[in-house]
Design a binder for this molecule. Structure first.
Ligand SMILES: Nc1ncnc2c1ncn2[C@@H]1O[C@H](COP(=O)(O)OP(=O)(O)OP(=O)(O)O)[C@@H](O)[C@H]1O
Ligand SMILES: Cc1ncc(CO)c(N)n1
Length: 265
């Protein structure tokens, strides 16, 4: 039987922690065939992003047509898009598909991966056609332009007006140090927001958690899971992978989340 197909539209990470490295490994681990459209090549390690080479928009469009014209894509996940033009193109070509939007604006290291024009393009073009948007706390604040609790931010973002309705939002993260738990807030239009809590893994090897989470979410949606179940499974997957890489000492900075299955400690 054919596997479900998921597509990642994202940038590369030369250190192999985030971006397409995380996405394709996660798809494979969860039994989903991964197609891969590259938006940018980054020179990146566990400490910093030192260079970004954006892929021309025409090449981005050619990659998207190649995939959509040939493969039965069951879910799409977007990561780093890098420019307002790329965000607009992706919105136009992915509208109407099951679409997980990870609004990547800042890397774990603090490097800016999308400026003000990218933020604006997310709000105007991509969020309105998303099935679910997965900002971390900082991205949710940046998109809305105001602060609030994770629950309030999730509800507010789910209510941002657009040409289509039905967009859900998951604000990821929380404050693991304070509670020993991580809580993601899921807000679906017309429903009260729900917390999805899971044990916090005490680790600084968290480079790539956001990419891994949104890919796991897309993989479970591609496999047919309802959104809430997919969100619970994605959080459980990230927790498991962080527990594997917890004891690693790879790189000088925030080390990679594990992409190995079962883990070679
Ligand atoms: N230390 C941790 N232990 C367990 N789960 C974690 C931990 N840190 C983050 N998570 C979980 O990982 C998932 C991704 O959330 P997170 O907020 O880290 O994304 P992000 O900030 O976008 O990641 P990135 O730093 O890669 O950009 C969420 O389900 C979150 O609860
Ligand atoms: C390529 C890429 N995408 C996303 C992130 C966000 O963590 C990153 N650091 N690098």
């Amino acid at each position: 039987m054919n596997p479900p197909v998921a597509l990642t539209i994202a940038g590369t990470d030369s250190g192999g922690a985030a971006g397409t490295a995380a996405d394709l490994a996660t798809f494979a681990a969860l039994g989903v065939h991964g197609a891969c459209v590259i938006t940018a090549v980054t020179a990146q390690d566990t400490t910093d992003v030192s260079d970004i080479h954006p892929i021309p928009v025409a090449t981005l469009e050619a990659q998207l047509h190649a995939v959509f014209d040939d493969l039965p894509v069951a879910a799409v996940k977007t990561g780093m898009l890098g420019s307002a033009e790329a965000v607009e193109l992706v919105a136009r070509l992915c509208a109407g598909r099951p679409l997980v939007v990870d609004p990547v604006l800042v890397a774990t290291s603090g490097a800016v991966l999308g400026g003000e024009d990218v933020r604006r393009a997310y709000l105007d073009h991509l969020l309105p056609v998303a099935t679910v948007v997965t900002p971390n706390l900082d991205e949710a604040r940046a998109l809305l332009g105001h602060d609030g609790s994770p629950e309030e931010l999730a509800v507010a973002l789910a209510g941002v007006r657009g040409p289509t309705s039905g967009r859900a939002v998951i604000v990821t993260g929380g404050d693991p140090a304070a509670t020993g738990e991580c809580t993601d807030w899921l807000a679906e239009p017309g429903k009260p927001a729900v917390p999805i809590s899971h044990p916090a893994v005490p680790t600084s090897n968290d480079h790539g958690t956001g990419c891994t989470y949104s890919s796991a979410l897309a993989a479970h949606l591609a496999r047919g899971a309802p959104l809430r179940e997919a969100a619970e499974q994605a959080a459980a997957y990230v927790t498991r992978q962080l527990a594997i890489s917890q004891s690693w000492t790879l790189g000088r900075g925030r080390g990679p989340i594990a992409h190995t299955i079962g883990g070679t400690r």
